[in-house]
Design a protein around this ligand. Structure first.
Ligand code: GAR
Length: 195
């Protein structure tokens, strides 16, 4: 079993879906740590309730290299082999990413390469497009780039606000990320789509 650490900053609903899928039968990976950069992240309690070890490495008031070195130590102590970013809202340095090269996944709430960065739901609505989606990709030093592993698509409806669109997308993310991790942990990097 490949040892997976999940990095969060907030609610952690995608993290929970990843943990639950790994705790199901016949999965090539297992969760070894949930790490948050925010001590108040709601996901920490939920992870602990599922029996997954948790850690907090606070990013505030310190240089980034020190923050990342502490994260790196916690991840290695836990025996992590694959990192899943799941609503982790800090940008990782090229140095950190190089140390975990080819072993970091991220979920981004847009159909990459469209709408890198923040406020993706509002930008998708403003674009006039009829569809929106989420992408799981391998992390490289460039933000929200890196090989695409899987994408899930939802419609944009005429009366959508960023909140209604985000609420429609989240369940699609919850299907997408566990499927992407299952394939990745089994060594399958072929792209797939959930339509
Ligand atoms: C998800 O929608 C995820 O795609 C997004 O944050 C949300 C986290 O929700 N990620 C990013 O915006 C990354 N820049 P969750 O904490 O309930 O999983």
């Amino acid at each position: 079993h490949r040892a997976v650490a999940i990095l969060i900053s907030g609610t952690g609903s995608n993290m929970l879906r990843l943990v639950e899928s790994m705790q199901g039968a016949d999965h090539p990976a297992r969760p070894v740590l949930v790490l948050s950069n925010r001590p108040e992240a709601k996901g920490l309690k939920h992870a602990a309730a599922l029996g997954v070890p948790t850690a907090v490495v606070d990013h505030r008031g310190r240089p980034k290299p020190e923050f990342e070195a502490e994260m790196d130590a916690a991840l290695r102590d836990a025996g992590a082999e694959i990192l899943c970013l799941a609503g982790f809202m800090r940008v990782l340095s090229a140095d950190f990413i190089a140390r975990w090269e080819g072993r970091i996944l991220n979920i981004h709430p847009s159909l990459l390469p469209l709408f890198k960065g923040l406020d993706t739901h509002a930008r998708a609505i403003a674009s006039g497009m009829a569809v929106h989606g989420a992408t799981v990709h391998e992390v490289i030093a460039d933000l929200d780039a890196g090989p695409i592993l899987g994408q899930a698509v939802v419609p944009i409806l005429p009366d959508d606000t960023p909140d209604t669109l985000a609420a429609r997308l989240l369940p699609a993310e919850h299907r997408l990320y566990p499927e992407a991790l299952r394939r990745f942990a089994a060594g399958n990097r072929a792209r797939f789509a959930l339509l």
